[in-house]
Write a protein that binds this ligand. Structure first.
Ligand code: PEP
Length: 250
Protein backbone atom coordinates (compact mmCIF):
# COMPACT_ATOMS: atom_id res chain seq x y z
CA UNK A 1 0.00 0.00 0.00
CA UNK A 2 1.12 3.56 -0.71
CA UNK A 3 0.99 4.41 3.01
CA UNK A 4 4.33 2.62 3.44
CA UNK A 5 7.13 5.12 4.14
CA UNK A 6 9.93 4.42 1.67
CA UNK A 7 13.48 3.63 2.76
CA UNK A 8 16.51 4.82 0.82
CA UNK A 9 19.30 2.52 1.99
CA UNK A 10 22.97 2.40 1.07
CA UNK A 11 25.42 -0.49 1.26
CA UNK A 12 29.05 0.57 1.27
CA UNK A 13 30.30 -3.05 1.09
CA UNK A 14 34.09 -3.22 1.69
CA UNK A 15 34.58 0.47 0.98
CA UNK A 16 35.26 3.45 3.19
CA UNK A 17 37.98 4.66 5.54
CA UNK A 18 37.62 7.40 8.14
CA UNK A 19 38.10 10.04 5.44
CA UNK A 20 34.85 8.90 3.82
CA UNK A 21 32.77 9.94 6.83
CA UNK A 22 32.59 13.52 5.55
CA UNK A 23 30.58 12.16 2.61
CA UNK A 24 28.21 10.53 5.09
CA UNK A 25 27.81 13.81 6.96
CA UNK A 26 26.91 15.57 3.72
CA UNK A 27 24.25 12.92 3.08
CA UNK A 28 22.84 13.21 6.59
CA UNK A 29 22.69 16.99 6.38
CA UNK A 30 21.08 17.05 2.95
CA UNK A 31 18.72 14.08 3.03
CA UNK A 32 15.61 15.70 4.43
CA UNK A 33 15.76 18.53 1.91
CA UNK A 34 16.49 16.15 -0.96
CA UNK A 35 13.63 13.77 -0.16
CA UNK A 36 11.21 16.46 0.96
CA UNK A 37 10.89 14.53 4.22
CA UNK A 38 9.05 11.75 2.39
CA UNK A 39 11.54 8.91 2.93
CA UNK A 40 13.79 7.41 5.59
CA UNK A 41 17.55 7.15 5.11
CA UNK A 42 20.04 4.48 6.04
CA UNK A 43 23.64 3.69 5.18
CA UNK A 44 25.10 0.27 6.01
CA UNK A 45 28.84 0.54 6.55
CA UNK A 46 31.76 -1.82 7.16
CA UNK A 47 32.04 -2.96 10.79
CA UNK A 48 35.14 -0.82 11.28
CA UNK A 49 33.11 2.35 10.64
CA UNK A 50 29.87 1.65 12.50
CA UNK A 51 30.81 3.45 15.70
CA UNK A 52 32.21 6.51 13.93
CA UNK A 53 29.39 6.58 11.37
CA UNK A 54 26.82 6.69 14.19
CA UNK A 55 28.67 9.64 15.73
CA UNK A 56 28.95 11.35 12.33
CA UNK A 57 25.19 11.43 11.80
CA UNK A 58 24.23 12.15 15.43
CA UNK A 59 21.43 14.69 15.65
CA UNK A 60 19.90 13.71 12.29
CA UNK A 61 17.29 11.06 11.51
CA UNK A 62 19.80 9.22 9.39
CA UNK A 63 20.15 5.56 10.41
CA UNK A 64 23.32 3.46 10.36
CA UNK A 65 23.44 -0.27 9.77
CA UNK A 66 25.86 -3.17 9.44
CA UNK A 67 26.29 -5.43 6.41
CA UNK A 68 26.22 -8.83 8.13
CA UNK A 69 26.19 -10.38 11.61
CA UNK A 70 26.98 -13.73 13.20
CA UNK A 71 24.12 -15.92 14.41
CA UNK A 72 25.43 -16.22 17.99
CA UNK A 73 25.47 -13.51 20.63
CA UNK A 74 29.12 -14.13 21.59
CA UNK A 75 31.71 -16.88 21.76
CA UNK A 76 34.59 -18.55 19.96
CA UNK A 77 34.08 -17.15 16.46
CA UNK A 78 37.30 -15.35 15.62
CA UNK A 79 36.78 -12.44 13.28
CA UNK A 80 32.98 -12.47 13.47
CA UNK A 81 30.72 -9.78 14.85
CA UNK A 82 27.44 -10.32 16.67
CA UNK A 83 24.22 -8.37 16.29
CA UNK A 84 24.62 -7.30 19.93
CA UNK A 85 27.99 -5.73 19.07
CA UNK A 86 26.41 -3.88 16.16
CA UNK A 87 23.60 -2.56 18.37
CA UNK A 88 26.17 -1.65 21.02
CA UNK A 89 27.76 0.72 18.48
CA UNK A 90 24.41 2.47 18.01
CA UNK A 91 23.42 0.96 14.66
CA UNK A 92 19.79 0.05 14.07
CA UNK A 93 19.81 -2.14 10.94
CA UNK A 94 21.70 -5.15 9.63
CA UNK A 95 21.75 -6.54 6.09
CA UNK A 96 21.51 -10.34 6.01
CA UNK A 97 21.78 -12.69 3.05
CA UNK A 98 23.28 -10.23 0.58
CA UNK A 99 24.14 -12.18 -2.57
CA UNK A 100 27.84 -11.49 -1.97
CA UNK A 101 27.52 -13.25 1.41
CA UNK A 102 25.48 -16.08 -0.08
CA UNK A 103 28.10 -16.55 -2.85
CA UNK A 104 31.40 -15.74 -1.12
CA UNK A 105 30.57 -17.32 2.25
CA UNK A 106 28.18 -20.08 1.27
CA UNK A 107 25.27 -18.71 3.29
CA UNK A 108 22.03 -20.59 2.65
CA UNK A 109 18.45 -19.57 3.38
CA UNK A 110 18.43 -21.25 6.80
CA UNK A 111 21.53 -19.33 7.87
CA UNK A 112 20.06 -16.09 6.58
CA UNK A 113 16.87 -16.68 8.61
CA UNK A 114 18.98 -17.32 11.72
CA UNK A 115 20.90 -14.11 11.11
CA UNK A 116 17.66 -12.15 10.77
CA UNK A 117 16.55 -13.54 14.14
CA UNK A 118 19.94 -12.67 15.62
CA UNK A 119 19.40 -9.11 14.46
CA UNK A 120 15.95 -9.01 16.09
CA UNK A 121 17.36 -10.44 19.33
CA UNK A 122 19.62 -7.37 19.50
CA UNK A 123 16.82 -4.96 18.56
CA UNK A 124 17.99 -4.44 14.97
CA UNK A 125 15.83 -4.34 11.88
CA UNK A 126 16.97 -7.03 9.42
CA UNK A 127 17.22 -6.27 5.70
CA UNK A 128 16.80 -9.72 4.15
CA UNK A 129 18.13 -9.92 0.57
CA UNK A 130 16.77 -12.21 -2.12
CA UNK A 131 17.26 -12.37 -5.88
CA UNK A 132 17.86 -14.65 -8.82
CA UNK A 133 21.09 -15.20 -10.76
CA UNK A 134 21.37 -14.55 -14.48
CA UNK A 135 21.20 -18.28 -15.22
CA UNK A 136 18.06 -18.65 -13.11
CA UNK A 137 16.41 -15.73 -14.91
CA UNK A 138 17.31 -17.15 -18.31
CA UNK A 139 15.85 -20.49 -17.26
CA UNK A 140 12.58 -18.76 -16.34
CA UNK A 141 12.99 -19.65 -12.66
CA UNK A 142 12.94 -16.15 -11.15
CA UNK A 143 9.58 -16.34 -9.38
CA UNK A 144 10.24 -19.87 -8.09
CA UNK A 145 13.63 -18.82 -6.72
CA UNK A 146 12.13 -15.79 -4.98
CA UNK A 147 9.40 -17.95 -3.49
CA UNK A 148 11.95 -20.43 -2.15
CA UNK A 149 14.19 -17.68 -0.76
CA UNK A 150 11.28 -15.91 0.95
CA UNK A 151 10.04 -19.19 2.44
CA UNK A 152 13.53 -20.09 3.68
CA UNK A 153 15.06 -16.80 4.77
CA UNK A 154 12.17 -14.74 6.15
CA UNK A 155 11.22 -16.04 9.63
CA UNK A 156 7.53 -16.39 10.50
CA UNK A 157 7.71 -13.58 13.10
CA UNK A 158 8.77 -10.96 10.55
CA UNK A 159 6.82 -7.68 10.52
CA UNK A 160 7.18 -4.14 9.22
CA UNK A 161 9.14 -3.00 12.29
CA UNK A 162 11.74 -5.75 12.43
CA UNK A 163 12.14 -6.62 8.75
CA UNK A 164 12.76 -5.12 5.33
CA UNK A 165 13.03 -7.36 2.25
CA UNK A 166 15.40 -6.34 -0.57
CA UNK A 167 14.90 -7.75 -4.06
CA UNK A 168 18.31 -7.70 -5.72
CA UNK A 169 18.68 -9.59 -9.01
CA UNK A 170 22.26 -10.87 -8.73
CA UNK A 171 23.00 -10.01 -12.38
CA UNK A 172 21.98 -6.39 -11.78
CA UNK A 173 24.33 -5.80 -8.84
CA UNK A 174 27.26 -3.60 -9.78
CA UNK A 175 26.75 -4.22 -13.49
CA UNK A 176 24.82 -1.16 -14.63
CA UNK A 177 22.08 -3.52 -15.82
CA UNK A 178 18.54 -3.29 -14.46
CA UNK A 179 15.40 -5.32 -15.08
CA UNK A 180 12.56 -3.68 -17.00
CA UNK A 181 9.96 -1.95 -14.87
CA UNK A 182 7.57 -4.75 -15.85
CA UNK A 183 9.98 -7.35 -14.49
CA UNK A 184 10.50 -5.36 -11.31
CA UNK A 185 6.73 -5.06 -10.87
CA UNK A 186 6.26 -8.80 -11.39
CA UNK A 187 8.99 -9.71 -8.88
CA UNK A 188 7.82 -7.25 -6.22
CA UNK A 189 4.18 -8.24 -6.59
CA UNK A 190 5.19 -11.87 -6.24
CA UNK A 191 7.26 -11.13 -3.13
CA UNK A 192 4.35 -9.13 -1.65
CA UNK A 193 1.91 -11.97 -2.16
CA UNK A 194 4.33 -14.52 -0.68
CA UNK A 195 4.90 -12.25 2.35
CA UNK A 196 1.16 -11.85 2.89
CA UNK A 197 0.68 -15.59 2.57
CA UNK A 198 3.45 -16.30 5.09
CA UNK A 199 2.94 -13.43 7.55
CA UNK A 200 -0.71 -12.53 7.17
CA UNK A 201 -1.63 -8.85 7.56
CA UNK A 202 1.95 -7.99 8.63
CA UNK A 203 3.12 -8.96 5.16
CA UNK A 204 1.17 -6.04 3.66
CA UNK A 205 3.38 -3.42 5.26
CA UNK A 206 6.88 -4.97 5.20
CA UNK A 207 8.97 -2.72 2.97
CA UNK A 208 10.28 -4.31 -0.23
CA UNK A 209 13.34 -2.49 -1.59
CA UNK A 210 14.67 -2.82 -5.12
CA UNK A 211 18.46 -3.13 -5.40
CA UNK A 212 20.78 -3.50 -8.38
CA UNK A 213 22.45 -0.60 -10.22
CA UNK A 214 20.09 2.07 -8.88
CA UNK A 215 21.41 5.51 -9.94
CA UNK A 216 19.95 9.02 -9.95
CA UNK A 217 19.17 8.57 -13.68
CA UNK A 218 17.00 5.43 -13.27
CA UNK A 219 15.69 5.85 -9.72
CA UNK A 220 12.51 7.72 -10.59
CA UNK A 221 11.14 4.99 -12.85
CA UNK A 222 12.22 2.14 -10.56
CA UNK A 223 10.88 3.74 -7.37
CA UNK A 224 7.52 4.44 -9.04
CA UNK A 225 6.85 0.72 -9.58
CA UNK A 226 4.06 -0.78 -7.48
CA UNK A 227 5.28 -2.56 -4.33
CA UNK A 228 8.71 -0.92 -4.58
CA UNK A 229 9.11 0.75 -1.20
CA UNK A 230 12.58 2.16 -1.60
CA UNK A 231 16.04 1.21 -2.78
CA UNK A 232 19.12 -0.67 -1.63
CA UNK A 233 22.03 1.11 -3.26
CA UNK A 234 25.61 -0.11 -3.57
CA UNK A 235 27.94 1.93 -5.78
CA UNK A 236 25.77 5.06 -5.86
CA UNK A 237 25.66 5.21 -2.04
CA UNK A 238 29.36 6.06 -1.82
CA UNK A 239 28.91 9.61 -3.08
CA UNK A 240 26.60 12.12 -1.43
CA UNK A 241 25.62 13.64 -4.80
CA UNK A 242 24.43 10.27 -6.11
CA UNK A 243 22.68 9.20 -2.91
CA UNK A 244 20.90 12.55 -2.55
CA UNK A 245 20.06 12.47 -6.26
CA UNK A 246 18.24 9.19 -5.67
CA UNK A 247 16.52 10.57 -2.55
CA UNK A 248 15.29 13.46 -4.69
CA UNK A 249 12.86 11.19 -6.55
CA UNK A 250 10.64 11.29 -3.41
C1 PEP B 1 24.08 -3.97 -3.58
O1 PEP B 1 25.16 -4.53 -3.48
O2 PEP B 1 23.26 -4.07 -2.66
C2 PEP B 1 23.81 -3.20 -4.81
C3 PEP B 1 22.57 -3.02 -5.15
O3 PEP B 1 24.90 -2.72 -5.53
P1 PEP B 1 24.86 -1.70 -6.80
O4 PEP B 1 23.90 -0.60 -6.46
O5 PEP B 1 26.28 -1.21 -6.91
O6 PEP B 1 24.42 -2.50 -7.96
Amino acid sequence: PSSIRPLVAGNWKMNGLAAHLSELQTMATGFEDASGGAAEALICVPATLIDRAVKSVAGSDFAIGAEDCHVEEKGAHTGDISAEMIADCGASYVIVGHSERRTNHGEDDATVAQKAKAGWRAGLTAIICVGETEAQRKAGETLDILERQIAGSVPAEANAENTVVAYEPVWAIGTGLTPTVEDVAEAHTHIRSRLVEALGEAGQSVRILYGGSVKPANAAELMAVQNVNGALIGGASLKADDFLGIAAVY
